[in-house]
Structure formats: structure tokens, C-alpha cells
Design a protein around this ligand. Sequence first.
Ligand code: NAD
Length: 531
Amino acid sequence: MATPSAGPTTARGPGLPASLTPAFLRHLTAQVSAAPNAARVTTTAPYTGAPLADLPVSTPADVEDAFARARVAQQAWAATPLAQRKRILLRYHDLVLARQDQALDLMQAENGKTRRDAFLEVVDIGIVSRYYARNAARYLGPKRRRGAIPLLTHTTELRHPKGVVTVISPWNYPLSMAAGDTIAALMAGNAVVQKPDTQTALTALWSMDLMYEAGLPKDVWQMVIGRGGSIGGALMDDADYMMFTGSTATGRRIASDAGKRLIGASLELGGKNPMIVLDDADIDKAADGAVAACFPSAGQLCVSVERLYVAESLHDEFVAAFVARTEKLKIGAAYDYSADVGSLTTPAQLKTVTEHVDDAVAKGATVLAGGRARPDLGPLFYEPTILTDVTPEMTLHSQETFGPVVSVYPYRDVDDAIRLANATAYGLNGSVWSRNGARGRAVAARVRAGTVNVNEAFAAAWGSIDAPMGGMGDSGLGRRHGAEGILKYTEPQTIAHQRIQGFHPPAGISPATWAALLTTALKVLKTAGLR
Ligand code: NAD
């Protein structure tokens, strides 16, 4: 199956790229909000298991200090004209593109993903920063609304920033997850206190560093490092809004705590995403699509596909094409574009993937491709894996693996495919393949998921930044991107100015006459077609 990368992989894996000098890493880690004598934590590089970064650990008191500074800075930031915020964000956009090699090196070193997977994060942040820079005024500016009494009530909707937003982000997309949701929060006039996953904190710090270089005023964005069990409480206690991305289990806890505090929360959680290959699909394109859907970032992608439903009439031919492509993938560690599939990120991920596959095989699943770890390539590599004969008693049938593992199932007809695709508590992303676009879109609309792609794996919906992205059911609450992705960080306020005459009877008119007049007015308004 998978062959080692043509890149500079050795049995012990590549050393760190030249851009990641000790001085540069110290420059980044010095930006963590933590006391000078803070305890330290060391992260390791997934490609090799060698030590990578030595980071200060923030205490709950450090988090409180970060909030206090952020709260002061936010006042001035909220008063900064949107045009100035826009200039900063567009400069940040340019810096991210210009310095992308640094970001790619950091993401690969911290996460173990391939360079092409890391590059998609650069693209993502380019799109998100341009979009919110150019569209924020449209979303945030004052809006005239229909008044209570036509012509007599002047009503305006204002959008105020929430204040200080907590952003908690995971390790799987170090740049997208660290910056994507923060950009919109900042643009809306909030300050942000962020806790990235420690494993990928360097990329998050790099992103924050560039935003300051682009002109963000001091203290508006702060980064704290630590375990959820240690500083999670402080991050919730001071927040005016909680933006969380991570597992469903942690998301439930965050939602419950946010409920106790009566603050809003946006929760982007796990998935067990289905792909449906309809009986009129182009098999070659669908097989290419399946590879793109299942194995990016070694399957550690919330919107990647772990369940693949194929029309019976195409099943065998599709599976042969999918397996052949998967076996050709180059798996390996390389700080260039030569590898197709990278490493898992943590020993915990390798354990989960191994346990899920072993459990399935022990209960009768058939391995069509992959199915084993590759310690010869690095400590955390696992082959892209295709399984069939998967049954409900196997753990990976319904639980998220978050690895390069997909189960393929045949289905009888479209109703059967929809029933199978929707037989999950999750509802994050889906993918439908058909030669007939209208048919594909009609089937997509029946998949219970926040985003569904037709003839694409996930990038079409994710990259459609003007439209909302997020999960149904156990996959979350709230949305990122589009209007929802920025308005959630604001408090709407309605200012209604009543001119000349209000709802009370004017002097000299009895309440009964006034009631009759208003009743007639309501009838006229309806007849006139007023909405
Ligand atoms: P996780 O919930 O364990 O951790 C995510 C983040 O939350 C980390 O920064 C972690 O330190 C922090 N955290 C953990 N416990 C906390 C607590 N009690 N209080 C505050 N913070 C806490 O998730 P994970 O396993 O590291 O990430 C993978 C999961 O994230 C997968 O389920 C994946 O599907 C999901 N994910 C979803 C999206 C999305 O957009 N829907 C994107 C990426 C990842």
C-alpha cells in the first residue's frame, strides 16, 4: 500500500525546517499571557516525537489579568472606525500570504499534516479575512427598520460588540481554527482572549503576532495556554461570549456553563459525515472525491467523510477505483509538497484510530486498504484505511474516529441512502455525487447536516464564506461564516423614536374611539398589503 514520501523523510523523520529557529520560537512563546515565572510545557513534533516548543502555562489568575487588559483595550477598539479595522485586517491578509512559508512550517511541525493540507488553511484565512474586512460594514452598520406606526416611528437597529469574547480552538487546523473565528470577533469590535490547544499554540501565536504587526492595538487579542481543566473555568467566568470548537463532549459542558452564566455560545463540534454516491455518478470523479473527502490532514478534519454510501449498481466498480487511488497515495513526513498523506498529531489519536480499526476487524469488518500504523515513517503515521462489512456493534460504525478511516456501504435506492446517511446523532457535513446537478442538490437538501457539498468533498461549502457553516444535532449550535459568523459577536439594539403621535389616545379622544380608530387603521394596513 502507501509508499514513503519522495521528500526528505528518513527512518527518524525530518528535522525542523530552517525557518523555525530557537529565537523565532522564543519570540512566539513570549507572547503568551502568563506570569514571568510560569510553569512550562513542552510540545513534541508529530513527525519525529522530538521536543518542539517550550511554552509558558497560564494560570486562572493569568486568564483574569488577560481579561482585565482586554476589557480596557476593547473600549478604544470598539470606538475605532470600521474603515480602520478593515485596513488592519487587509494588511493581516497580505502578511499571511507573504509569510505563508513560516505558517506552513509551523503547522506541519505542530500538527504533522502535509504541506498541501496546511496550505488550504492559508487559503482559508485569506478568504475569511478579505470577506470580513470587505463586508463587516454591511453587517454592522445601523439599519433602518419598519417602525411600529408607519411614518410616525423612526426605528433603527444597531449592533454593539459583545465585549470580550473567549475563543477556544482545537489542534487539527492550527491556523484556520485559531484565526478564522477570531477575525470576525475582532472585526465586530470585540477583544478576544483565546486558548488554542497547547499542541498547536505556535501557529496561533504566529497569527496573533501578524495581526499586531498589521496594526491591531495592544491587548485587543490575548493568548493563554493551559489545560481546559485548569483555566477553562476562568475562560468562561469572564467571557461575554464563548466561541468553542472541539469535541461534542467538551461542547456540552461549555454549553451548560454558558447557560448558567446566560451568555451566548457558538459550538462547532464533531461529525460522522456521510458521502452518497448516486447511481448516475461519474465513478472516476467520485473516487477522486472520496480520497479528497476521507484523508486530508490524516482524517483529522471535522468535515471529512467517515461513512460512504454507494449505489448497489456502482458499488464494486467504485470500490475498486477508490482502493486503487488510495493505495497510490504517498504517505510520509516532508516539509514540501511531495506527500499526499501526513501523520496523526498525538499518541491519543493514534490510539483511537488503532482501537477503532482493530475493534471493527475483530467483529468481522474487511480491510480493503490500509489498516495499520506505519512506525517506519514516524511514530504517529497510520495508513489511509478503507473498510467494508461494517456493522452497528462496531465502535466506528457510529462514533467519530477522527482519523484516516472510512467505511463503505452499498445502498438500494435514494430513500435508503438518505435513511442511512441521517442515522446519526451528528449533522455537520455531507457530500453527494451525481452527474445531474439538480438531482444532486435535491438529495443534498435531504441530508440532515449544516453543510452538504455536491460533487465536492467539503471545500465547496466551507469555502463559500458568504453562507453559514456549522452543525446540526450533536455537531453543534450556531454558525461561523456569512452574516451569522459576525452578528453572533454583537448585541442587537433597537432604537425607536416616536414622532408626533404614539399609541396613547391624543387629548380629547376617548379610549373607546381611539381603539376603534386603531382597529380601522390595522384593517387598512392589511388591505394595503403592508408586511
Ligand atoms: P477537545 O474538546 O478535547 O478540545 C478542544 C479545545 O478545547 C482544546 O483547546 C482543549 O484544550 C479545550 N478544552 C478541553 N476541555 C476543556 C474545558 N473543560 N474547558 C475549556 N476548554 C477545554 O477536542 P479535540 O478532541 O482536541 O478536537 C477534536 C474534535 O474537535 C473532534 O471531535 C472534531 O470533530 C472537532 N472539531 C470540530 C470542528 C468544527 O468546525 N465543527 C472543527 C475542528 C474540530
